[in-house]
Ligand binder design. Sequence first.
Ligand code: 13P
Length: 287
Amino acid sequence: MLVSAKEMLTKAKAGKYAVGQFNINNLEWTKAILLTAQECNSPVILGVSEGAGKYMCGYKTIVGMVNGMIDSLGITVPVALHLDHGSYEGAKACIEAGFSSIMFDGSHFPIDENIEKTKELVAICNEKGLSIEAEVGAIGGEEDGVVGQGECADPNECKQIADLGVTMLAAGIGNIHGKYPENWAGLSFETLDAIQQLTGDMPLVLHGGTGIPEDMIKKAISLGVAKINVNTECQLAFAAATRKYVEAGKDLEGKGFDPRKLLAPGTEAIKATVKEKMELFGSVNKA
Ligand code: 13P
């Protein structure tokens, strides 16, 4: 059964570890992440961007697929199905379709509009027992064609949004989606510290988990980050393993072209990446 992310994140914040959000794109991705979470005895959040939602034939299809897998794979660790960077309309559609958690990304709106829309969605999520993530300060890089600049959020605005009763808060601290450029300035721990001082127990979310050095991940967790999003790293691992298989001509040997064989190395690479992250984030055996 899908659960809200509230309990797992409250425990993570108190226990000074982070729960990974791994984005899904298809059946193989989802199966790999669920099996790894179970093997690691770790809570997990499956992230779905609006683009991935369309690709996977809509939110209802995804809810059916994930619920079916939890049942047929015997998954007993807590699993939240979460909309990633949702629009206001997308958030409502996911609530309707049976997601257990949503993100409303109002970071590109003026703060008053972000507050107004977040407040409305908080009320709906509270009534239905769903968790909700809000964002302040756009995360840099490209996400489904939307390019942000990697801002640092205003800690006072973070407090305003946290006070609306959201479950978790994503705040820009110089993080970027996708690969980090050579000249990346690193995370702003000064900003993160100021945000945590003002928002207290609120679980903070670090987007752009791909490519952040391990020491920075650990420091971010020590300063209140309780959820870390990883997407690109699983995609890179999947692509590299698939390329290796094809370049070795394995797709031409025997039944190597069978999709169950062709996609297997990539799927194994996702499992390895997810396991590595769960170990780094400290969520192993925290289910
Ligand atoms: P990366 O693709 O950089 O890992 O970021 C994922 C993310 O933050 C999804 O919201």
